[in-house]
Structures are given as C-alpha cells and as structure tokens.
Design a protein around this ligand. Structure first.
Ligand code: ZN
Length: 541
C-alpha cells in the first residue's frame, strides 16, 4: 500500500492492544487501496497468531481473507447492497458470534451509497454493537456518511500518494514484470492515474496490452487515447511564441481528427505548467525539461502565468460544456497576442525613461505589438543602461533645453536606476541645465503642478541629487524645480498638446492615449481581473 504504511501499522497496533472500535471509516480518493487496507486490518484482527500489527499471511484466516472466502469477513459493495433487506440480513448475521475467528468483520465498499433506511438499520446495530462486530466503511465521500454513524466510528482519511511515489511504484511494477518504459511514459501514466494507484496500474496494463516493445510516451498516448504530444508541443511553441496562425492550425487539425479538445486543453495547461517550472527552477525541474528549456528561456514569467490562467479558465468553461473549438481558438488568440507584445521589462523601462510617452515631438509611436520597434535605436548618445530604451526626444523649445540635449536624458536614465517613480515624474520635464551658480535647474511645463510637487518631495529631491551627481560627475550646488511660463505659452498654442490646457479628465485621457500606457493597459486588462483607474499622480506605477 503506497504511502499508507503508517496508518496501517497504527490500526494493527491498536488491534494488538485489543483496542478495537465497532466501526471504522476509511476515506480517500478512489483507487488508493481502501478496500485492501480494510482486508489487511481484517487479517490483523483475525490472524491465528494475532491480533497483531503484522498478520502472518499464512494461517487459514489470513489466506481465506486474502482470497475473499472467509465466512467471518463479509465484503459488501454498498452500491449494490443498499436495500433494507440486505441490511436486515446483515443485522441478523451480526447477532451471531463469529464461526471460527475472533471477529465478524463487515467491509462495506462505497459506503456513501447506502440508503437512509440502510443507515438506520446499521445505526441500530452500532447503538449496541455485539463485541465481535467490526464494521469497516470504505468511501470516497466521507461527508455523505450520516453524522450519527460517524460519531460512533473511527475515521481514517488516507491521502493519495504523491506523484513521485506513484511514479516510483509504476517504475517498480514495470521493472518486476520486465517492461521497458521511459520517463515520459511514466509521467503520462501518473497524470492519467490522477492520484489513484489502481488507475495508474490499470493504465499501465492497458498500454502493455498494445505494446510490442519498449513503452514510450507516444505509445501511452496512443493506448490511452491521449492527444498526441507532438501536437501539444507544436501548439505550445506557436502560441507562446506569438504565432497565432500556426497555433490555430494545430487546433484545426486536432478538431478534424476528432480529438477531444478538452483533453487537449488540460494537456496544454500541464505543458505550460512544466514550462513555468523550467523557467523558474531550471531544466531538471521536470522530466522533459531539457526539451523545454529553449522555449522557457524566451518567455517572461508573467507570460507563462498569463497562458496558464487563460488555459485554466478555458478548461473550466469546457468542463461546463462550452463550445470546445471556439473557446480554445479564443484562448489561443489571447495567449499568442500577449506573446507578441513587448516583454514587460522593456515596457517599464521605456515608460520610466520617458520613451514613447514623453511630451514633445517624439517619433510616431511604434505599432503596438511589434517587438523589434521597441529595441534601442542607434545613436542618442546615452550609455547603455539597464533599459534599452531610446533617449527621450529633444524638448521642443529653446527654453526647454538650456544645456543642450543629453542632460535631461542622462538624468532620466540615472534617476530611473535610483528611484524609478521619480523618473515617471521627471519625464514631464521640458529641460534641465546647470546654472552659473552650480544649481541644477529642472524646467517643467507651467501646468505641471502635480509633477512639480512630486519632484519637490524630499525622497524625490534626494533621488534627483544622486542622479545629478552621476549624470554630471559632480555634485550640483542644489536642485531647483521650476515651471516655465514660456513653455506654457507655447504649449497653450501647440496643437500637439491640446490636453495640457484642458481639464484633469482630459489630461487623464491623454495619459490613456500614451502608447506605452496603452500597451500596459492592454496587457493588464488582459492579465488582471480588475485594476484601478490611473490618475496623473499614479502614472507609470
Ligand atoms: Zn495469519
């Protein structure tokens, strides 16, 4: 009994001490061996050399119980013996002492299926149980056992063996029977077993029946009617790689072949899970890790998480009877689309460095969804920093760039490394210069009251000083933030920035239209279930 040694020993030891209850409930998922445990316990109770924690397995009672022909150990399948007549017989049998052995043991399989009338009959016995009677209720659904019974019984909940134990067991069985089987096949069998040793073994039997040589994953899939692994792999690579067309083709082919798309979705989810494990823990995390390591390396963690979430939702909907092909196609499109977007790190880098969203004559926004466009462009004079974003475009007016290009860009780059949110405020600046008195002056548009106050906060000011030191190679005499009237006048007349003069709501709308913000919105709209509205002060957080 895989992993059940401890409870079995505890039961046997109690029997040895003569501490035997009138009723026991053995619960646990199907196929973990509850009935077998019940038989072992019956042997421990009735063994000629017992009662003992270790029954001998050789005496007459032990052998008869093992073979299911002991007169004193009765096994009933509650699914077929739910009637009151069966229970009446059982009650009568319970009145007589055992014929030969110590105890009369009644093993009731699938006990939760007994009718209320049957339970009432059993309750009458359990209210005044004859000393020789032991009832063993085996069930997958202990909550369906009436409380009146449960309160008179000892409840043992047996846990499913962990997948690794199940895999080891299947490996053992295969080795003993001279079956050659690889790890991929074992993993599929373990998954098919779903925590049940019995199901795992019967799956192994099923595969062996068609196997003519060594057993591999493909053979297991074929024998158990699973979706071809190669299709799962092709879909996985296409969808996570952003190639929606190729991924949809895989589904179309499977549908054409009459494959079960819900089973496919479950397999795809399991595959994404494995990719996630390889991404986080390395190629040894799962048996097929070495095959997945190249794919995992290309993906951002949140991308894997998103694919998992979409597939999980989809599987739930399919289970509820949703239209398989449609839901799976839509899930594929969502997953492929996210893969197509720039990795979040790039995005955040650009937002913080002011690329894309900075006011001013920036180049046309790159089309959302094309990776290449987000990469750094040559030139720009900034040294390679943590973000590969292009430096912000030169500010529009002469006032805005008192010390030429570069300084504001350098400041932005440095401050992003010191205190990222400050960069989000600073990117609204139109210029920066070191005045003759050695003070670094940062110029904001006249209406940027919010940003001005943010930049004046002590933490932001300190970050700006540090950034300035790094950008200038020396410490500035001070940092001053000021708003520019002239810049304001320009902006007021500039068609480029009409929102500058408009209401807070319109400003907010402008922020929403910012390509970077829009892309972030797009992603989180898809990734998060809900979010809160951005206000200018919350920008880029
Ligand atoms: Zn024995």
């Amino acid at each position: 009994m895989l992993g059940q040694r401890a409870p079995i020993r505890a039961l046997g030891a109690a029997a040895e001490r003569g501490e035997v209850a009138a009723a026991y409930i053995f619960s646990g998922t199907r196929g973990i061996g509850k009935t077998t445990i019940a038989r072992i316990f019956a042997k421990a109770l009735n063994c000629e050399r017992g009662p003992a924690a270790d029954c001998c397995g050789e005496c007459t009672p032990c052998r008869e119980i093992a073979e299911g022909r002991s007169l004193d150990v009765v096994e009933l399948d509650a699914a077929t013996h739910t009637g009151i007549d069966d229970i009446r017989e059982l009650r009568e049998a319970a009145q007589y002492p055992p014929g030969r052995d110590r105890y009369r043991v009644f093993i009731l399989d699938e006990a939760h299926q007994l009718s209320q009338a049957a339970w009432n009959g059993l309750l009458k016995i359990l209210e005044e149980p004859p000393s020789w009677c032991v009832f063993l209720f085996c069930t997958t659904e202990p909550h369906r056992i009436p409380a009146t019974i449960e309160s008179r019984a000892l409840h043992f909940a047996f846990r499913s063996p962990p997948p690794s134990a199940l895999a080891a067991h299947l490996r053992d069985v295969a080795a003993k029977e001279g079956i050659e089987i690889d790890e991929g096949a074992i993993e599929l069998l373990v998954r098919a077993a779903n925590g049940s040793v019995r199901d795992g073994l019967s799956a192994l039997d099923q595969v062996r029946a068609v196997a003519e040589g060594p057993i591999d994953a493909d053979l297991v899939r074929e024998a158990l009617g699973l979706v071809p692994g190669e299709a799962v792999d092709r879909w996985l690579r296409a969808a996570l790689g952003g190639d929606a067309a190729a991924a949809l083709r895989v589904i179309a082919d499977l549908d054409e072949e009459g494959q079960d798309l819900r089973a496919f979705t479950a397999e795809a989810l399991a595959a994404v899970h494995r990719v996630g494990l390889v991404r986080a823990l390395g190629k040894d995390a799962v048996p097929d890790g070495p095959d997945l390591v190249d794919l995992a390396g290309k993906l951002a963690p949140e991308q894997v998480a998103f694919a998992g979430k979409v597939l999980d939702e989809t599987e739930g909907r399919l289970r509820a009877g949703g239209p398989q092909r449609i839901l799976l196609d839509l899930a594929t499109l969502r997953i492929a689309r996210v893969a197509d977007l720039a990795p979040l790190a790039d995005l955040a880098g650009r937002a913080l460095a002011g690329g894309g969203g900075a006011p001013g004559p920036s180049p046309p926004a790159p089309p959302v969804g094309s990776r290449e466009d987000h990469r750094s462009r040559p030139g720009g004079g900034s040294r390679p920093g943590p973000s590969a974003a292009p430096p912000p475009a030169p500010a529009p007016s002469p006032v805005a760039q008192p010390t030429g290009d570069g300084l504001l860009a350098r400041l932005l780059e440095e401050v992003a490394g010191v205190r990222a949110p400050v960069a989000a405020y600073l990117r609204h600046a139109t210029g920066a210069r070191v005045r003759d008195d050695g003070i670094l002056e940062i110029v904001l548009p006249a209406r940027a009251v919010v940003w001005e106050s943010r930049l004046r906060e002590p933490a932001a000011a300190a970050a700006l000083r540090t950034a300035a030191e790094r950008a200038l190679g020396r410490s500035p005499a001070g940092v001053e933030i000021r708003r520019s009237d002239e810049a304001d006048a320009r902006e007021a007349s500039s068609p480029r920035d009409p929102a500058r003069r408009k209401s807070r709501r319109q400003v907010l709308e402008q922020v929403r239209q910012d390509p970077v913000v829009r892309e972030i919105f797009d992603r989180f709209d898809a990734v998060l279930l809900d979010g809160h509205e951005l206000s200018p002060g919350d920008d880029a957080r």
